[in-house]
Design a protein around this ligand. Sequence first.
Ligand code: PLP
Length: 471
Amino acid sequence: MIKKAVQTMGQQFGRRSWAEPWKIKMVEPIRVPSRGQRKKALIDAGYNTFLLPSEDVYIDLLTDSGTSAMSDRQWAGIMMGDEAYAGSRNFYHLEEAVQKYYGYRYVVPTHQGRGAEHMISQICITQGQLVPGNMYFTTTRLHQEMAGGTFVDVIIKAAHDPTDLHPFKGDVDLVKLEELIKKEGADKIAYVSLAGTVNMAGGQPVSMGNVKALRVLCDKYGVKVYLDATRMAENAYFIQQQEEGYADKSIAEILKEFCSYTDAAWMSAKKDNLVNIGGWLAVNDRDLFDALRNMVVVYEGLHTYGGMAGRDMEALAIGISESVQDDHIRARVAQVQYLGNLLIEWGVPIMRPPGGHAIFLDAKAFYSHLSQDVFPAQILAAELYLDSGVRSMERGIVSAGRDPATGDHRRPALELTRLAIPRRVYTQAHMDVVAEAIKTVYDVRDQAKGLKMVYEPKVLRFFQARFEPIA
Ligand SMILES: Cc1ncc(COP(=O)(O)O)c(C=O)c1O
């Protein structure tokens, strides 16, 4: 019997309900492995969810990267691949889409985001330079370090506090940035590495007011602003919803305006752009473009494919135009918020407010009896998988890695377990299952003992590290 108190999603938010702007044409069956199978899989994977075979996963929220569902238009585009080595027509479609929606002049394709990060870091950073940015991202920082740079965190303080409800926790602390420029001298700054939204801070957005002010500040000192545009369309949604003067602007308009305050962008197209593989770099400066074009042929492929097949570039060009549709972004972010709001309602500690692409459990508060040395976010991801077959990932001390100078663990203020929601893949019912699984693990939180690391790769250790439970 349905109880009176049961409410639709719209009613919960005090508005009329609306639904995803698509219907499902093809499905991929998934199964729930038994508890015994999950236990074995977890041991075999060294308690690292990255090492689980996907066959052993029920609801896969490891990442939103390359896991989105493509539309029928994108699949049709795949059949229109022009697999010419040079000058594929699909490249020109991609170039046109980036120019139209992001507004930069020149486009270089890459196989995925880190291919772009590698090139821009190698070209724009010289040994000993600093790269200030609004919180680090794993691969981005590593490429900056490998080019001889040192990342300096200049995100606002609120970003490091899971309970702070600041609507734009991705904002750059402009005072901190200016102090750094004045202290070190503008020549020592390679560029400002700006990301919208900020993955490691919980998918938190940057405001238009902040990027505008950042532009003014950087112009004053002759410093460039380079944007990690991986989730910039989602960032635009938060500006539309929360920033004065943008309620009547479309996502596409906001995205283009935001990019106009930056000098260049790199992209992991596997996120916002709705493809399973791909990336690009886009710049306004002709000399930088020439340098990137010279480098792309060494590491990725010719400058008109950059590691992608022609069909991938076609799917990407179409994905870009779909990714800036207001209905799509609204449904996408609202699904994340739906899951987040259920957990908040039930008292489960999460990074607040919910961000654009994922819900991040605050593992420090979740397992308040565990020290960071026993990897609370890692064990939380393992426990969640064991309970339900839901796959998440660690975003805490393991992901932060070691300081290259001292060799010590970096100890981030945020110790989070990330549940990233692929775009257009799961339904609200899947979110209910996930929420209940988290609640079940939360109810027995006192029993968790933590993990010890028994194998540690030298770089990006979170991908392949292995752990054993503490008895
Ligand atoms: C913010 C951000 N930048 C860059 C990357 C790297 O992109 P890719 O995984 O396509 O190499 C990612 C991937 O997760 C990301 O989230």
